[in-house]
Design a protein around this ligand. Sequence first.
Ligand SMILES: Cc1ncc(COP(=O)(O)O)c(C=O)c1O
Length: 493
Amino acid sequence: MPIVSASREPVPGFSFAEERFLDLGYRVIDEAAAYLSEIADRPVWQPMPAEVRAAIRNQGLPEGGRPFEETLACLRELILPYAQGNGHPRFAGWINSAPAHASILLKPLAAAMNPNCGIGEHAGQELERRAVQWIMDLCGFPVDGSAGVFVSGGSEANFTCLQAARFWAAREAGWDIRKRGVQNVGRPLVLYQSDQGHFSIRKAVEAMGLGSEAIHLVPSTASFQMDVDQLARRIEEDRRAGLHPFCVAATAGTVETGAIDPLERLADLCDEQGLWLHVDGAYGAFGRLDQRIAPLYSGIERAHSLATDQHKWLSVPIDCGCALVRDGKVLHETFRLTHAGPEEEEHEAWMSEYTLQRTRRFRALDVWSVVRTAGRSGLASAISNNIEMARFFAHLIHAEPALELVSAGPLSIVRFRYAPATLRDEPRLLDRLNRILVREIQQRGGAFFTSTRFLGRETMRACLVNYMTNKADIRIMIEEIRHAIEALALPME
Ligand SMILES: Cc1ncc(COP(=O)(O)O)c(C=O)c1O
């Protein structure tokens, strides 16, 4: 007799009868549709009132199961109104994009299937193999012979790639790092990063047991790109000092200004010196889809590894990054089971053999659905539009007497600060006012920027990665800055 779930009684607390499942499902989808359609009319962000925070924190653990309707009501009241704000077209904080609708809609199916995309032979793993190749293609990374895997984000993508780099470097020097580790073996490994590189590289190096002193910071040029001449000198010095330079961690789209390191020159130097070239493209790798700036990425195809983040500029819901390695065998050797039995030897590599995680969620479905629905051209036009909007924003900032444009381009990050002529001689006061101002803007709810120190000064930073943001939004963002200055009774010039 066939066993069909319709013939099974629901298991209280775990499954619903089909009719109820449908009814609740429609309610959830109504809720999601309302959330998305109203998003642009709501505050970008609003602080959580103390009573809401307390209600969340003080919830008792239910001893008996509660009706799903009650859970939905709680969500509506306590959670949905206090979202982070990404998704709103005037949210420009950190690098958090809006989720593309195609992948939102498929979430229930991914959860219904709930495959472990780390092991076994099934469509989930097969789809990942292909979706990863699409990511290579979009970024201009060679597909043949390469391997890649979806991970939680840019940090883990960097970590995964750098582990492959370390494995490779040790093997070149004749030692098996998986077996002998990093303790007292060989000369100390050294990795290079520019002073604009992301701190996730540092975290990865620390987690790999190399110690953060293994990172040698290379100064950047006036355009915030790694200074290749200084890098070359440093490598020579380090070799003379008995160290083992093994990797250059370049960036294609720095978190600070969106600068893209000179990849072609770095690839030449790495070839010459026998170093692994890693590119952190967590923010910027997909910027290459904009034909106007694509030449800046020349050389990316020569990188040994590339970290990308689909949950940034590809509008895939959080979380999803991707680690790509040019020599796929190296990635496999870095993570495959060291004591593989006959079962592992017989089948094509499972995705868990390319990463630390064994049980893995169905990230490929998110990526596949977004790329399929937007297509290369749709992705490119959303990204170009963001770059265009960033240029427009920078142009308006430049025209504001109270504001100073600190950096703009080549991607979609604009840095600026409040610095009216009357206060320019008071750097500490300006630092404080910039911090207060950004908070005021956030709390007003009309726009959202973040503030960070840059070049020794407090600045505000807008990163435009939302496919909806248009010129009207940009104008409102500027107005919001003006209103906040007025509300704080600060000088306008
Ligand atoms: C250049 C760069 N690398 C790495 C990361 C880390 O990515 P994630 O936050 O997805 O871990 C970021 C995040 O902003 C980034 O901009």
